[in-house]
Every structure is written in C-alpha cells, then in structure tokens.
Write a protein that binds this ligand. Structure first.
Ligand code: SME
Length: 139
C-alpha cells in the first residue's frame, strides 16, 4: 500500500541520517517480524547490502533480541558464538528492540567498523529513535 511505502521511505531516511551523522555507525537497518513467521525480515537499511534479509528467531544477535526483548550490545563480534557475519569489516554491533503497544515487533541493528564503540548513551538514543518510529507506525 502507499502507506507502507511512505513508512519504508521514512525508515530509510532514519537509517541514512543515523549512518551519516554518527561516525561509528557504519550500517544501520530495521528488521521486523515477518508476518506470523518466527523470523525477522530486513525492511530498510543504509550501508552495504547484506545477504541476511531473513533471520530466524534465535539466530545471530538479531534473532536473539527477537526472543529476549532486551538490548544486545556486542563490543567484539569475534567473541560471539551465535553471530551472523555480514561483512568482515564489522567489529561491533548493537541491536535494540522496537516495541509497539508493549510488543517486540522489530529492532534497529547497527554495525560498526570501530571496536567497542557503543555506550549507554547509544542504547538510550536508539531506544528513543525506536519510540519515535513506533509512533510513526501507528499514525
Ligand atoms: N550480525 C547480525 C546479522 C545482521 S547483519 O549485521 C546486517 C546478527 O548476528 O544477527
């Protein structure tokens, strides 16, 4: 629908703005629950295209956040066993769940080429971004 297209457009703009304005945000994307399936689907992103457009719940950092409902900050991706590599340049990752009416419906995922770049401030900032996005989804 045209409404979905305009949401896609705004999500892409959010990804671009974050990637262009935070030097250590090298890939920014939004994954959402794929209908009734136990999997995530990539909806919008900024940065290099990824092969991982579908991620089963429980798999990788993203899939773990889909079931934990908690932020996941990874200072060093090499130290993770349940991790899906998108690019050899990625050193660190942060995934923050996106809630609509209390339900975990998706997430923002950010990859960094800088080791251990993410702080509590990034978590709080991205929680706020997701709240704004959730409001836009309702409207
Ligand atoms: N690294 C993620 C997969 C998505 S890419 O970072 C874009 C993960 O382990 O879930």
């Amino acid at each position: 629908t045209s409404e979905e297209l305009s949401v896609d457009h705004r999500l892409s703009q959010v990804c671009e703005i974050l990637k262009e304005n935070v030097p250590y945000y090298d890939w920014v994307g939004f994954y959402f629950k794929n209908g009734d399936k136990e999997e995530l689907k990539l909806r919008s992103f900024a940065g290099e295209p990824t092969d991982h457009t579908i991620i089963p719940f429980g798999k990788g950092i993203c899939g773990q956040v889909a079931v934990s409902n908690e932020n996941f900050v990874v200072p060093d991706v090499k130290a993770q066993t349940n991790y899906i590599a998108c690019s050899i340049n990625v050193k660190a990752e942060i995934v923050v769940p996106l809630f609509l009416n209390g339900e975990n419906i998706g997430q923002i995922d950010i990859d960094s080429h800088t080791p251990d770049p993410f702080s509590k401030e990034d978590e709080e900032f991205l929680e706020w971004v997701n709240e704004e996005v959730a409001e836009g989804l309702e409207a």
